[in-house]
Design a protein around this ligand. Structure first.
Ligand SMILES: C[S@@+](CC[C@H](N)C(=O)[O-])C[C@H]1O[C@@H](n2cnc3c(N)ncnc32)[C@H](O)[C@@H]1O
Length: 247
């Protein structure tokens, strides 16, 4: 039931994030700074980027309007990629622009799935509200993120926890599922195809990946525009010398 077709999602995303929707996303910023989303991820991004204790190159995958740029520390070069041009146009002047302390910012319009980074690597990659949400978190994407990281690199991303989004009707249908005829099962499988993930699905994906370690935490981030929970994953790639000690 996990969707793996990013192309369909990419088309939908471009359609959704048009100029007016992107502008309302930006207009929500004043309210957004008081939401659990902001108060969770700004300190976390500060802490993770400070933990490097050296200048770093950062990739924001699905950067949108650049809401989190001001949280990044130690960052000498930031690349923000987003498939929606209207969102990216707003990222030129991101939230709390006066606090953004990054000498070089590159904004790339394109799909994170399709874009060829031509061997470029980043010390820290983060992606909030994109994978396992608007786009699928596929094994190929997981592998791409690993390759995009330098040795000793770190990844932080969120996916939507599907278990928190199921209503009673859906839960009942899932209980009855094993007893249903194959034809009905097939219809439900199609209807239930989603980018959202269970903890177990994300855990399995990360366990099967090349990442040397990872940690998944379920966080509840209910606000006026969102009810539910996200799974927040932090994963590390160790350098080729220290890796054997972790195997
Ligand atoms: C909910 S917004 C999150 C934006 C930003 N990360 C934030 O937290 O404010 C989702 C963003 O992901 C972008 N996006 C979705 N699929 C993408 C893809 N395949 N490649 C690049 N960006 C994508 C959308 O255009 C949109 O700007």
């Amino acid at each position: 039931m996990l969707n793996t077709n990013h192309e369909v999602c990419d088309v939908k995303t471009v359609h959704l994030y048009n100029e007016s929707y992107s502008q309302s996303y930006r207009d929500y910023d004043n309210e957004f700074v008081n939401t659990p989303y902001y108060t969770t991820f700004v300190p976390l991004l500060k802490e993770l980027t400070l933990s490097f204790n050296r200048p770093i190159k950062v990739l924001d995958l699905g950067c949108g309007t650049g809401r989190y740029f001001h949280a990044l520390q130690n960052t000498v070069e930031l690349t923000g990629i987003d498939i929606a041009a209207p969102m990216l146009n707003l990222a030129v002047h991101p939230l709390k622009e006066e606090e953004v302390n990054i000498p070089v910012i590159n904004l790339i319009e394109g799909s994170a799935f399709e874009h060829d980074f031509a061997g470029e690597q980043f010390d820290f990659i983060y992606s909030i509200g994109v994978l396992g949400e608007h786009a699928p978190f596929t094994a190929d994407m997981c592998d791409k993120l690993y390759t995009l990281l330098t040795d000793e690199g770190m990844l932080m991303f969120t996916v939507v926890d599907i278990d928190e989004r199921k209503n009673l009707k859906r839960r009942l249908a899932e209980t009855a599922y094993p007893l249903l005829p194959e034809k009905i099962k097939h219809i439900l499988d199609k209807r239930w195809e989603t980018n959202y993930m269970t903890y177990k699905q994300l855990d399995n994906m990360m366990r099967g990946s090349r990442f040397d370690n990872y940690n998944i935490e379920r966080i509840s981030l209910t606000s006026r525009v969102w009810t539910g929970a996200h799974l927040r994953c932090i994963a590390n790639k160790y350098d080729t010398i220290s890796r054997p000690f972790f195997e």
